[in-house]
Design a protein around this ligand. Structure first.
Ligand SMILES: Cc1ncc(COP(=O)(O)O)c(C=O)c1O
Ligand SMILES: N[C@@H](CCOP(=O)(O)O)C(=O)O
Length: 477
């Protein structure tokens, strides 16, 4: 299987090359040359199988020409062994026909663990085979960074640099990144938004000498392996609700568009998905784009679901590429226009193709709080603000289209990561699970940098060459 860039000017790569590359050298995102299709019988056969077994069946067609089956199986089993629920990603029923897929039973309490635990093992496997070191870089609005630090900090062949927006992640999220104390881990607070951090990471990749010298590897969902691993739980949950004999719809709280795009991949692979519902907070670029056809950047608004405070929704480029019939020159032109004038128009054919699969709703701060309170009052369910955005959008989807299929809301984070929002809505302050006891007392280590590419690059170069020591810093609120 080869992987091609959405911008059409990079050489096709193998899975392992794609894994280690992250962003394509032409600035595009990698996608497989085609999507293996699973038959109805194969999907039906997932019923009663473990999460790891389904993961192996879904992932192996994409990697089998490079990773031997026993090695892949070993990595998958190890990745999910530490999850606190035997099902790894269990379903909970919230209402008639309304379910939540709990993706927060991993070590850092967010859905990112499902992919990151496997990604770290795949990267370690690839680096070991090549006898290489790598510099892991990521931008985070809170959860990707924590999951990456947890997954990669024990690996000797890597240095890890995570950029997050200073003062714009929850205290639990920040502490998960700043209290690890491993010498190869660098948490960097950028004076800017998540979009600034993500732009800085992309600019690192677009600097070929630096990219080569440091052997950069990206762990955001720009990395195809992240999306691939996230595809698995669409299969496990749909099958638990009757697929392939009954279609299922998914509502995915969305920021960078990776998780909901994984649902689209599952559909392409043969899973009977009826609607894919994009749920955003008031950073509503995607609902606006689907309604009007204009993808137009606004200012990032801080919300109580900070991990979705994103305007530049990177993986939308992948969907646009597919919806426009894999027309790379068009994607290049649209992305150039976005960089120049902060907006572009989606062509009519692509817009129709997108609307055929997706609905989109933006949920206000008030609606989010009301949903958290309602779920506690009516279902005794403590729901984090991101997932509550999803549940609120799901109720609107059910109203607009009727309850024609089960609606599964992706439960993307544990309520205890956002105790202030939960307490404000319910009066209850959720406690961290026992494995995170002591998190709020541990010393923090992080560096604050201006939103300046030169400074960021100097910091990373110096740290990799061992020229800077990390100074513990006092956390800013
Ligand atoms: C808790 C949570 N929910 C939802 C999202 C949105 O996911 P995506 O960026 O894949 O759209 C994120 C981060 O991205 C997140 O951390
Ligand atoms: N919400 C994310 C932002 C980055 O998303 P990713 O899926 O592209 O890594 C976060 O919490 O960091």
């Amino acid at each position: 299987m080869k992987y091609i860039s959405t911008r059409g000017e990079a050489a096709p790569l193998s899975f392992t090359q794609t894994l280690l590359a992250g962003l394509a050298p032409d600035g595009g995102l990698y996608l497989p040359q085609d999507y293996p299709r699973l038959s109805q019988e194969e999907i039906a056969g997932f019923a009663g199988r473990s999460y790891a077994e389904v993961a192996e069946a879904v992932i192996s067609p994409y990697v089998a020409d490079e990773i031997a089956a026993p090695a892949l199986r070993g990595m998958i089993e190890a990745a999910y062994a530490s999850f606190r629920h035997p099902a790894v990603a269990p379903l909970a029923q919230l209402d008639d026909n309304l379910f939540t897929l709990e993706l927060f039973h991993g070590p850092t309490l967010a859905f990112k663990d499902l992919a990151m635990q496997l990604l770290a093992r795949l990267v370690e496997h690839a680096l070991h085979a090549r006898g290489q070191r790598a510099t892991i870089v990521g931008a985070t609005s809170g959860d990707t960074g924590a999951a990456a630090i947890e997954a990669f900090s024990g690996l000797r062949q890597v240095d890890v640099f995570i950029l997050y927006p200073h003062g714009r992640v929850s205290e639990v999220q920040r502490r998960q990144m700043t209290t690890v104390g491993a010498d190869n881990v660098h948490a960097i607070a950028i004076e800017g938004s998540f979009d600034d951090a993500q732009a800085a990471v992309k600019a690192l990749f677009n600097n070929p000498p630096l990219r080569e010298k440091l052997n950069l590897c990206g762990v955001n969902s720009i990395n195809w392996a992240r999306i691939l691993a996230q595809t698995v739980y669409y299969f496990t949950s749909a099958v638990a609700l009757g697929a392939p004999y009954r279609p299922v719809s998914f509502v995915t709280p969305t920021g960078n568009f990776g998780d909901v795009f994984a649902g689209w991949i599952a559909k392409r692979m043969g899973l009977p998905v009826d609607r894919l519902v994009i749920a955003t907070n008031s950073n509503d670029i995607l609902p606006r784009a689907l309604a009007s056809g204009a993808y137009a950047l606004g200012e990032v608004r801080p919300t109580q679901s900070p991990s979705m405070d994103i305007q530049v929704s990177s993986n939308f480029e992948r969907l646009l590429f597919e919806a426009s019939g894999r027309d790379a020159p068009t994607i290049r032109a649209k992305m150039a226009q976005l960089a120049q004038s902060r907006s572009f128009d989606i062509d009519a054919g692509a817009l129709n193709a997108i609307r055929a699969d997706f609905d989109a709703f933006s949920v206000s701060e008030e609606q989010t709080s009301q949903e958290i309170a309602r779920l506690w009052r009516e279902a005794r369910y403590l729901c984090d603000p991101h997932s509550a955005v999803g549940v609120s959008a799901a109720r609107r989807e059910a109203l607009s289209r009727g309850a024609r299929t089960p609606l599964v809301v992706l439960g993307t984070a544990h309520a205890a990561k956002f105790p202030d929002a939960i307490e404000a809505a319910t009066g209850l302050r959720p406690e961290l699970p026992p494995h995170l006891a002591g998190l709020m007392e541990r010393p923090e280590h992080f560096s604050v940098l201006p939103n300046d590419q030169g400074e960021i690059e100097r910091f990373i170069r110096a740290a990799v060459s061992g020229e800077t020591g990390r100074e513990p810093q006092k956390a800013a609120s």
